[in-house]
Design a binder for this molecule. Structure first.
Ligand code: LLP
Length: 416
């Protein structure tokens, strides 16, 4: 257990969170390197014996030290911007193990990706195919590409994070795929290397994931029949994590076994691009209670973290467990609270209707905040972004300093 109570204090590995709060302040993201490595190993173990590459989806948590840890374990990367490419390279990741996805790649991003030698660009439209071909020819190269094909499968997840339906902005339509591959095969600037899909995030059941993999594999088979042989099949990410006791997902091994079943007999390299399932349960957001505010209809714990630090509850109505850092402080005075931040929005909550006993100054941990936490944070209300700390055993290292108000003002011109 990477986050467990020891002598009544919640710890990240061997590091007590109250000590980390004292050292680094709050709000603060704390990640466990052992938990990240264990999650990555679960993927490697499930794929052992298969020609496969795990491309960690950088968007979930792009801290350089997290990326460096994963690069050291042999991970490839799935990126969606030139910024993420720069992060991967700065962290010691390899361009030749990096996939570049996303619907809106700019000319500059495409050129940089080709110059750095990324393994593959995942194309999401015919217009993008034309743009990539033109840029590659201008640079005197052939761009390695795959199409992200929309398998039209309902991932049965939150509509904001469901991406594989026909009406989604992502991917090319399944019905157009063969024509696009044939067209791309004739372009001098294009080298076809693979095919991919991604149906959505926080999937809890393997069936739709495997079904999508099956559809993509069938397409690869048809393309091979037309003489278009691909090196890889990318089955996407989206494997869910446990946030609470409701709807506990199947483990990654179950997802991969189901997908591998659909790919039996296929020789292409298998690529999977998990984000959340690598880092989600490996991080917490540490926050301090500022005020206890009893109310007629609802009572509030006003804490020093807010929707600008962790947007998921406000944006998706996502549920994160909230635990007291000191178990002993959970006396008989527990009550039901909404845990809210200082931001001036009614949507600024981290949790609602939780039974907690809390006094001002007490520390709380918002659990499972390692994915889509810090990366989605903002400076709304001119709030400096939180610090990030990476724990390994008893050792804790500040891996991103807390922003300062001065640094927030620095990009603006002094008023005249
Ligand atoms: N591959 C592609 C092409 C993707 O679009 C995504 C995520 C992933 C892989 C990684 O998915 P994961 O394994 O992390 O589920 N902000 C939302 C999640 C957005 C996911 C976007 N795409 C949230 O906080 O729930």
């Amino acid at each position: 257990m990477s986050f467990a109570y020891r002598s009544g204090v919640l710890c990240a590995e061997q590091a007590p969170l109250d000590e980390l709060a004292r050292r680094f302040g709050t709000p603060c993201y704390v990640y466990s390197s052992a938990a990240i490595a264990a999650a990555y190993d679960e993927f490697s173990a499930a794929l052992r014996g298969r020609d496969a590459l795990v491309c960690y989806s950088v968007k979930a948590n792009s801290n350089l030290s997290v990326l460096a840890l994963l690069a050291g374990l042999g991970a490839g990367f799935d990126i969606v911007s030139g910024g993420e490419l720069a992060r991967v390279l700065a962290a010691g990741g390899e361009a030749r193990k990096t996939l570049f996805s996303g619907v809106g790649k700019s000319e500059g991003e495409i050129a940089a990706a080709l110059e750095k030698g990324v393994y593959c660009l995942n194309l999401e439209s015919e217009a993008e195919l034309e743009r990539v071909d033109a840029i590659a020819r201008r640079l005197g190269r052939r761009a390695p590409v795959a199409f992200r094909v929309n398998p039209d499968i309902d991932a049965r997840t939150h509509p904001y994070i469901s991406t594989g339906l026909r009406e989604s902005k992502f991917g090319v339509a399944h019905a157009d795929a063969e024509r696009l591959y044939a067209r791309a095969a004739a372009m001098p600037g294009i080298e076809l290397v693979g095919i991919g899909c991604h149906i959505g995030s926080q999937l809890t059941r393997a069936a739709p994931f495997a079904e999508a993999a099956g559809r993509i594999a069938a397409l690869a088979e048809r393309l091979a029949g037309r003489g278009i042989r691909l090196r890889h099949i990318d089955i996407g990410g989206g494997i869910g994590i446990r946030y609470g006791d409701d709807d506990v997902p199947e483990p990654p091994g179950g997802f991969l076994a189901a997908a591998l079943g659909m790919l039996a007999g296929r020789r292409e390299t298998l690529i999977v691009d998990p984000g959340r399932s690598i880092v989600g349960n490996a991080g917490v957001l540490l926050t301090r209670v500022e005020y206890v505010k009893p109310g007629a209809a609802r009572s509030f714990l006003v804490v020093d973290a807010a929707m600008n630090d962790l947007l998921r509850p406000a944006l998706y109505n996502a549920w994160h467990e909230v635990r007291p850092v000191r178990q002993a402080e959970q006396g008989g005075d527990a009550a039901v609270y909404d845990v809210v931040g200082p931001v001036c929005e009614s949507g600024d909550f981290l949790a609602r209707g939780r039974r907690l006993s809390a006094r001002p100054g007490e520390l709380l941990a918002v659990m499972s905040a390692g994915a889509y936490g810090m990366v989605m944070s903002s400076n709304y209300n001119t709030r400096p972004r939180a610090a990030e700390v990476l724990v390994s055993g008893a050792e804790a290292r500040l891996v991103r300093r807390r922003e300062s108000v001065e640094s927030l003002l620095a990009l603006e011109e002094p008023p005249r």
